[in-house]
Design a protein around this ligand. Structure first.
Ligand SMILES: *Cc1c(COP(=O)(O)O)cnc(C)c1O
Length: 391
């Protein structure tokens, strides 16, 4: 019997090594990776620059603690500020921790405004993590069930509905922030409309609320800009990152600007591992390879190639409701629950995911080539067709 706690419904496969967009299992079978370990392996597997940089760093120093100066952390904060237009960065190790920092910042901000029970507006179908505060911010009753009492201080509205936020604000005088994923990942690849984002920015400015963008999944170039909020040409007050930031090495970040700047003081927040030498080297290297190799531009063209290919192959399928997404964040919504497509794809040598019951989710590495994009379509489209034919 396994001594692992029973928290995952794992597929019966273990990978022994990888190369680019391909993974090999313990039996020697090879798979095309169209998921990147859920948007983590930005540069694919075993990227020579990343392997080299973290090996060299490991031989120098892995960790010293935030009791001391960490020049690599300062450098990474500079790079992230430059790419995002944000001002300050706090480093942690995961997406939920980045969001915890964001939620704490918002509460501190509220208290500084004299609001005793600061409240953050969150979205239906949102996913912000599994810690108590981020679970409470998450819009899934299934994920929350059994873990009550939830953390107070959140109100929920439908996504992409500015009027719903205005309506909530009429009855609730404690609102101090609005938090959303610019593209919802777990919720089924739902993009915020540009007009909604701009309206939200204006509303937050008008009311003195913080605009918090959770870019844990959609950030780091995946949607065709470094950060998805940049499509709307707005600047949030808080941005959270993790998943793709370290190319596979755990690292998260909470970025602040505007009204959210300068709120934390020593003693307000911290993390033992946050921003250590290993993790910051991985992130600095990931960023410089994405930049050097033009991987963001590539995310746009390969993403289009994949969506066009899927539309061509599945356009006449009545069971395919929508093919959507931005860059290499792609969703194919079917007319019925399709979780079993994941095992069928595995048998066909393809790694995909199904989220929100009915949405096939594709998050290939940003290094995905045009040939790999065509191969993905060639493997996936017949699986979806067969699935929809056999009920
Ligand atoms: C995955 C995810 C998180 C949680 O990240 P962890 O590293 O698993 O804690 C938070 N927000 C979004 C949008 C995510 O996709």
């Amino acid at each position: 019997m396994s001594h692992l706690m029973n928290t995952y419904a794992r597929l019966p496969v273990a990978f022994s090594h990888g190369n680019g967009s391909w993974l090999t299992d313990s039996e020697g079978r090879v798979y095309l990776d169209a998921l990147s370990g859920i948007a983590v392996s930005t540069l694919g597997h075993n990227h020579p620059d990343l392997v080299g940089a973290i090996s060299t760093q490991a031989a120098r120093i892995l960790h010293s603690s935030n009791l001391y100066e960490i020049p690599l952390q300062t450098q990474l904060a500079d790079r992230l500020a430059e790419l995002s237009g944000m001002d300050e960065v706090f480093f942690c190790n995961s997406g939920c921790e980045a969001n915890e920092a964001a939620i704490k910042l918002a509460r501190l901000y509220g208290h500084r405004q004299g609001v005793e029970t600061p409240t953050t507006v969150v979205m239906e179908r949102a996913f912000h993590g599994r810690t108590m505060a981020t679970l409470s911010a998450t819009g899934s009753r299934k994920a929350q069930a059994g873990f009550e009492p939830l953390v107070a201080g959140f109100v929920r509205v439908p996504y992409n509905r500015l009027e719903a936020i205005r309506a909530v604000a009429r009855s609730n005088k404690n609102i101090i922030a609005v938090m959303l994923e610019v593209v919802q990942g777990e919720g089924g690849i739902n993009s915020a409309d540009i007009e909604f984002l701009r309206g939200l920015r204006a509303l937050c400015d008008d009311r003195g609320w913080l605009l918090i963008c959770d870019e844990v999944q959609c950030g780091m170039g995946r949607t065709g800009t470094w950060f998805a909020f940049q499509h709307a040409r707005i600047r949030p007050d808080v941005v959270t990152l993790a998943k793709g930031l370290g190319g596979g090495v755990p690292i998260g970040a909470c970025l602040a600007a505007g009204l959210a700047k300068g709120l934390f003081r020593p003693g307000n927040h911290g993390s033992t591992f946050g921003g250590n030498q290993l993790a910051t080297t991985a992130a600095l290297t990931t960023i410089s390879v994405v930049e050097r190799d033009g991987l963001i531009e590539r995310a746009v063209t390969i993403g289009e190639l994949i969506r066009d290919g899927l539309r061509e192959a599945l356009g006449d399928c009545p069971g395919v409701l929508d093919i959507r997404g931005q860059g290499l964040m792609i969703g194919v919504e079917l007319g019925r629950p399709c979780a079993e497509l994941v095992t069928r794809a595995l048998a066909a040598g393809l790694l995909i995911n199904v989220t929100a019951d009915t949405v096939v989710r594709l998050l290939p590495p940003l290094t995905f080539s045009a040939d790999e994009g065509r191969e993905l379509v060639a493997r996936l489209a017949p699986l979806i067709r067969d699935f929809l034919r056999t009920a």
